[in-house]
Design a protein around this ligand. Structure first.
Ligand code: ZN
Length: 81
């Protein structure tokens, strides 16, 4: 299964993944605040501010990788030991 770093939107329990290019239509770096900002899709429309350290590695399905996100129940966080 592919592994991607992702950030969870607590509001709708959806995890958005960072593509290998590092570019995402939904995630932007705010230079003023010095942190990243995720804009969740409708109907949630949540905004999540986070630092790079908040990204966690997830084991995900191929279709989730193509979509760029998955519900929290459809991916598995990989815990570091
Ligand atoms: Zn959301």
């Amino acid at each position: 299964m592919p592994i991607r770093r992702g950030i969870l939107c607590e509001r709708c329990r959806r995890v958005y993944f960072i593509p290998p290019s590092g570019k995402s239509a939904r995630i932007h770096f705010d230079r003023v605040q010095g942190e990243f900002r995720l804009h969740c899709d409708p109907p949630c429309n949540g905004v999540v501010q986070f630092h790079r350290a908040a990204l966690k590695p997830y084991s995900i399905a191929n279709e989730s990788r193509e979509r760029g996100y998955a519900d929290i129940g459809q991916c598995q966080v990989i815990l570091r030991r």
